[in-house]
Every structure is written in C-alpha cells, then in structure tokens.
Design a binder for this molecule. Structure first.
Ligand SMILES: Cc1cc2nc3c(=O)[nH]c(=O)nc-3n(C[C@H](O)[C@H](O)[C@H](O)COP(=O)(O)OP(=O)(O)OC[C@H]3O[C@@H](n4cnc5c(N)ncnc54)[C@H](O)[C@@H]3O)c2cc1C
Length: 368
C-alpha cells in the first residue's frame, strides 16, 4: 500500500474504510456492505483471472499485517449444464494454463457423492476451483486494508465528498461536513456514486445496475452441518434469473445464519441519478427475482430446513468492456470505477494499478 496524506472516502478499490451508515440513512451506499464475497480464479477474461490470482496471494499478508482475518479458502464450485457453456468457465483451459492449476471435474453423480448437502440428480456438471479460491468477508477486508494504510501513515477522514476540483497546482476536496481540503493528488473510487456527484471532471461510460440477493435463513445446527461447503456459482436454467452465486452459511449482524444467493435478473434496472439509486436501495421491488432465487435455493438444497427468506436490493456497476476504468482524468485526478459486480476480491490489485496510474501520469511534483 502507498501512503497518502488524505483519504476522504474509501471502497474496496482504495485502502481506507469509512463508517458505514445504516441503509435507511445513507447518502452514498456501497457495493460491499455485506458479509461474504466469492473469491475465485474463474473469470470471463484472462486479465480478470490474473488479477484474482494475484489478489488471492496477498490476503494472508494483509491479514497478518492488520491483525484482521477476512479470508476463508473454502474453494469455489461452478455448476453448469455444460462445462464450456458457463461464462465464468468458458475459458477454463486458458485460465488453467495461465495460472498453472487444474479444475476438478464432477459428473452429476460425483457431485451428489462429493457434496452431500446438494440435492440428488441436479442437472449440472461441476467444475471445482480448489483453495486458495473461496470467500472473503468484504467489510473485514476493508477494515484490514484500513489498518494497513494507517500502518503506512495514511490519515482517514470520515466524511462524504460533495465536490472535487482539480487545479493546476493542487486539488480541492469539499465535504458534506463543510471541510475543504487541498491536496496534491486524488484517486476517486466511489463505486456507483463516482459519476453521480461532482467528483469527476468528465463522465465515464459506466452503467449502474440493480442487483438482488436473497438471504435464506437456516439454524446454527444446519450451519454447522454445512461448515465445509464451498462458495458456488450456478449457470441456472431459468427464465427470470441467470448467473447465480451463493455463499456458505454466514452469520449476519442480526446474529442469524444465512446462505446468501444473488443473480442477474430479467427485472434488473439501471440508474442515472443518486435519487433513483437511493429509492432502489430503500424500496426496490425485488418480488419476482426473490421468488426465483428462493426456488433455486430450494432446488439446490432440497434436504435443508429453511427458517425464512428475505431479499435485499443492492447495486453494481458495469462497463462496456468488462474491465474497470482506471483512468487519469486530470494530471492530478485518477478515477477507478466499473467493477462489474466481481472485483471485491481483486481490490488490492485494482487499487495498486490505480496508484501506479496516478503516479505514472503525474506531471507536477507531488508528495508534499
Ligand atoms: C450483491 C453483490 C454481490 C457481489 N458479489 C461479489 C463476489 O462474490 N465477488 C466479488 O469479487 N465481487 C462481488 N461483488 C462486487 C463488489 O462488491 C464490487 O466490485 C466492489 O465492492 C467495488 O468496489 P468499489 O470500491 O469500486 O465500490 P464500493 O464497494 O461501492 O465502495 C465505494 C465506497 O465509496 C463510498 N462513497 C461513495 N460516494 C462517496 C462520496 N461522495 N464521499 C465519500 N465516500 C463515498 C461508498 O459509500 C463506498 O463505501 C458483488 C456486489 C454486489 C452488490
């Protein structure tokens, strides 16, 4: 991590954590306010697979330096009707050779034998991406990054930025609490909100998409029974949802145990203002997707006793090329935006590239 004299906000892609505001009171929501994120080498492009692989190698180091654990190397199981049809595993042979590992193939029969928690006779082939793939706890990962950044001399200001103005010799950063900072360089990594406030000198071609997750509540005994479960990605054959993913049981802040399943949906909507996004986060209509997600959970785990189900409206960003924009928009301002719903795991690498981009492009003396 590189020391910065000023960090006013932070997400996964930047090193510091800001205080999390409750859903009802937020002015800027986040893509990472959750208990679990999948981390795996399967990806739609080799670049993304490399980033994930490099990030996976950093987790233990960040845990050791910060004293905060956030990583569970439980493996990731890909479930798909055909092994080469799923967007995440279509490039399996290229990924295997580039990253020097081998997936484990499971027929439908072998799946049932190896993963007793799964329903019998699922219409899927399995491709297992063994540890180091698995799961991260995103809130704890950001807290660990925050601790590492502080260790390197960073100062954290917990505030919402309302305007950033780059000048020839410096940048001004104005905040909701009425502060005005002058700094030498800025990296904007404000997730969906990067282009919705006055933070960037010009717009970037990213879209803001709704994402829905369903939390399936189980008992602590069931959670114990499932303690060896991998994270899973499911190429489900369904007319409402696709590209589903789920985590093993996680204990949420309400003290209950949930399996979390998310997916894309035919009902996904896009936002072009902070007001519309706020409305979605607070009151988004998740009904149809929620029921399709419950049906998928029940079909995958037909022996489990479910206690309850609830859905949560979330947000992700997308770019036309599937990679984030990591761009110097001004000699003193670099933006990182468009993580395409899959880069919590690679935040360390994305952040490092952003810092290098900023440093390489800085025409003026910096560092004061
Ligand atoms: C439901 C869901 C499931 C996902 N699953 C996975 C997964 O399994 N694996 C994976 O790798 N990725 C996953 N992702 C994607 C991942 O969470 C995002 O790629 C990642 O969080 C993006 O990081 P970011 O820092 O760009 O944005 P964010 O995580 O959104 O962080 C941006 C931060 O900036 C803050 N902010 C915004 N505006 C301001 C402002 N004006 N002033 C101050 N602060 C501001 C926000 O509050 C936030 O804290 C998932 C996302 C969702 C929603």
């Amino acid at each position: 991590m590189v020391p910065h004299t000023l960090q006013v906000h932070a997400g996964i892609a930047s090193p510091l954590l800001h205080h999390e505001v409750p859903r009802e009171q937020h002015s800027v929501w986040s893509s990472h306010y959750d208990e679990g994120r999948l981390t795996h080498r399967s990806a739609r492009t080799i670049t993304l697979a490399h980033w994930a692989d490099q990030a996976l190698q950093q987790y233990h180091h960040i845990e050791a330096l910060s004293g905060i654990s956030f990583y569970t190397p439980c493996g990731t199981l890909n479930l798909s009707a055909s092994s080469d049809g799923f967007s995440y595993t279509k490039q399996r042979y290229l990924i295997e050779s580039a990253l020097n590992f081998r997936y484990v193939d499971y027929s439908a029969e072998q799946l049932a034998h190896t993963y007793p928690m799964l329903s019998r006779s699922l219409p899927y082939h399995g491709l297992y991406d063994a540890p180091p793939s698995g799961m991260i706890h995103p809130r704890r990962m950001v807290a660990a990054q925050l601790a590492c950044a502080a260790h390197h001399g960073a100062i954290h200001h917990d505030d919402v930025v309302t305007r950033i103005t780059p000048h020839h010799d410096f940048v001004t950063v104005e905040t909701a609490l009425g502060h005005e900072y002058k700094t030498q360089r800025v990296i904007v990594a404000a997730g969906a909100y990067s282009g919705l406030s006055s933070l960037l000198p010009r717009s970037l071609d990213y879209t803001i998409k709704s994402e829905i997750v369903t939390l399936g509540e189980i008992s602590s005994d069931t959670a114990t029974f499932l303690s060896n479960m991998p994270t899973m990605m499911i190429d489900c054959q369904n007319n409402i949802i696709e590209d589903a993913y789920l985590t093993p049981p996680l204990r949420y802040p309400d003290g209950k145990w949930y399996i979390k399943l998310g997916s894309n949906s035919v009902d996904d909507v896009f936002f072009d203002s902070a007001t519309a996004l706020r409305q979605w986060i607070l009151h988004g209509d998740t009904h149809r997707t929620h029921h399709a997600q419950i049906a998928l959970l029940r079909s995958l785990f037909d022996q489990l006793d479910w206690i309850s189900f609830r859905s949560l409206p979330c947000v992700i960003t997308r770019t036309p090329h599937g990679l984030p924009f990591i761009e110097r928009l001004h000699p003193r301002l670099t933006a990182v935006v468009g993580c395409n719903g899959s880069l919590a795991k690679s935040g360390y690498i994305v952040g490092t590239i952003a810092v290098d981009t900023m440093a390489a492009g800085c025409d003026a003396p910096v560092g004061q």
